[in-house]
Design a protein around this ligand. Structure first.
Ligand code: NAD
Length: 264
């Protein structure tokens, strides 16, 4: 593959699994040195570090165990990435959590946690990484929002509020850096095939007494007109485009990758 990120250094939050791991892997294959972050079983984290490390040419990819719900930990993670990689040219704010419940029963602690992880961490990481990008006169900030950053679904108040916040944060930062070679964009995926998302199909089939295929198209992907998953690799390629040589004029955008969800 073309090494369009040769010489670049990237920090990808929540990259021990799912979309973040896919982005970290593709960035490494494109020539970047990448620092990983996220939770998980030690063996899964070790496998992710080895996989991304191999794509970087060998060894283990650097990793931060920062809990990004904690602003001080986010600041330490960015400082650690700058020290380990030499700099942070690319920041991908990807880590995210979800909780589904009617608003009047929504646990307050879940609201606080979702806002902290899905929104406030993006602010703290951008605030910490931007001075270095400005000093080097180049940078890319990619925030993984969601179709739920642009439209709502019931029972996901905290997630929808946080992801709408991410889109707003993206636009405001984009305007602040608009006269520099730094960009800040959001990616808004529909349902992406990750192990966690896929695990929802079987219980849905059992709950509604339908086949797993019908549970996928009629219930899980109800709002996704393509009736197919978005693949992790498709999101990763959009995230690569935003850091590559052809996207300098794309700034403040909320790019949908959702099989037509937002068109409906
Ligand atoms: P995932 O659960 O597979 O990965 C989430 C990652 O975030 C993991 O590495 C996890 O360890 C990490 N993480 C969670 N809390 C953290 C914390 N406090 N500190 C540090 N790391 C933490 O999820 P995913 O589906 O790959 O989602 C990644 C992003 O994409 C999220 O922001 C999610 O909202 C967004 N998204 C996902 C989908 C989808 O269908 N999968 C759709 C739209 C948007």
């Amino acid at each position: 593959m073309e090494r369009v990120l040769e010489g670049r250094c990237a920090l990808v939050t929540g990259s021990t699994s799912g979309i973040g791991l896919g982005i970290a892997l593709l960035y490494a294959q494109a020539g970047a040195r990448v620092m990983l972050n996220g939770f998980g079983r030690p063996q899964d984290i070790a496998r992710a570090r080895a996989e991304v490390g191999a794509a970087q040419g060998g060894g283990e990819a650097p990793y931060s165990d920062a809990d990004i719900a904690d602003p001080a930990a986010v600041r330490r993670m960015v400082a650690e990435a700058e020290a380990t990689l030499g700099r942070v040219d690319i920041l991908v704010n990807n880590a995210g959590i979800q909780h589904v419940s009617p608003v009047e029963e929504f646990p307050e602690a879940k609201w606080d946690a979702i806002l902290a992880v899905n929104l406030s961490s993006n602010f703290h990481a951008i605030k910490a990484a931007l001075p270095g990008m400005k000093a080097r006169n180049w940078g890319r900030i990619v925030n993984i929002a969601s179709a739920h950053g642009l439209v709502a679904s019931p029972y996901k108040t905290a997630y929808v509020a946080a992801k709408h916040g991410v889109v707003g944060l993206t636009k405001a930062v984009a305007l602040e850096v608009a006269r520099t070679p730094i960009t800040c964009n959001a990616i808004c995926p529909g349902f992406v095939r990750t192990p966690l998302a896929e695990a929802q199909v079987k219980p849905l089939a059992e709950k509604h007494g339908v086949s797993e295929e019908a549970a996928l198209t009629d219930y899980l992907l109800e709002k996704q007109p393509s009736k197919r998953w978005v693949e992790v690799e498709e999101v990763a390629r959009m995230a690569l485009y935003l850091c590559g040589p052809d996207s300098g004029a794309v700034n403040g955008a909320a790019l949908s990758i959702d099989g037509g969800w937002l068109a409906a």
